[in-house]
Design a protein around this ligand. Structure first.
Ligand SMILES: Cc1cc2nc3c(=O)[nH]c(=O)nc-3n(C[C@H](O)[C@H](O)[C@H](O)COP(=O)(O)OP(=O)(O)OC[C@H]3O[C@@H](n4cnc5c(N)ncnc54)[C@H](O)[C@@H]3O)c2cc1C
Length: 221
């Protein structure tokens, strides 16, 4: 499908959200992604295709992607920054099974940096519909420029607890402080290395594989 570019918004010093018109009949579950293809000049070795989670929630009727733009970043990201209103980008999807499993369970969401995108979609949709699940979000970020923090802090819901972890890693000791962590379905999303580390910590703590859901974002070092 072709998506029409509607504009971009700066979330933090280096995180941007890009918005696209919702095509008719396109639906998705919060947490899913699309595969985008953006033709541009002088492509680097990483090429013209990227996976991005849809960071908007279905009720918003728009397709947003949120990503980090580095100074020494890829030609793809530069081309994304240069999109002009009305430009078209190709997308395939939705796809992915990193989705919310219903309100009857307890959840622990663990996000590393830009890995927050699927949780932003899930939490925003749940908050819109009156969140009715016990959710704890541990959200780590390298600095205190934290994407979506203002929005999350505006959610007044006693069933959702958010802990921001700034400038340090989420480690075993922190996970052990989470109420009932062994009873929770645990979702992990972030750079590949971080997801692997947390996965190993959780296995070491006796969490069963079937109670974990993982979303790896490759390409960040
Ligand atoms: C299912 C799924 C969902 C995803 N969802 C998201 C999402 O919501 N948001 C998101 O941001 N990402 C997401 N990703 C990851 C995304 O697809 C990209 O891999 C990631 O954003 C990195 O983009 P980039 O390669 O353009 O590198 P950049 O972001 O431009 O750069 C990242 C780092 O790589 C270095 N680098 C850049 N280009 C090169 C190069 N040519 N050679 C060597 N080093 C280079 C840069 O210096 C920088 O340090 C997702 C991935 C998957 C698989």
């Amino acid at each position: 499908m072709e998506l029409k570019f509607l504009g971009k918004k700066k979330e933090t010093n280096d995180v941007w959200t890009f918005s696209f018109e919702l095509p008719q009949n396109f639906t998705w579950d919060p947490g899913q992604f699309n595969i985008y293809s953006l033709k541009h000049e002088n492509e680097d070795v990483r090429g013209r295709q990227r996976f991005f989670t849809i960071s908007s929630a279905p009720f918003e009727n728009i397709i947003n992607i949120t990503t980090r733009i580095s100074e020494n970043g890829s030609t793809f990201k530069k081309a994304l920054m240069e999109l002009e209103l009305g430009d078209k980008i190709n997308a395939k999807g939705p796809d992915g099974d990193f989705i919310f499993e219903g309100t009857g369970k307890k959840y622990l969401f663990i996000a590393g940096g830009i890995g927050i995108t699927p949780f932003r979609s899930i939490l925003s949709e749940l908050n819109h519909g009156d969140l009715n699940a016990d959710i704890i979000l541990l959200y780590s970020n390298s600095s205190d420029n934290i994407a979506f923090k203002e929005e999350f802090d505006s959610y007044k819901n006693p069933n959702l607890k958010i802990e921001y972890v700034v400038g340090k890693r989420i480690d075993e000791n922190l996970i052990k402080t989470v109420d009932d962590f062994k009873e929770r379905i645990i979702y992990i999303s972030g750079p590949e290395q971080m997801v692997k580390e947390i996965n190993n910590i959780l296995l070491g703590l006796g969490i069963k594989k079937e109670n974990m859901r993982k979303d790896y974002f490759p390409g960040y070092d």
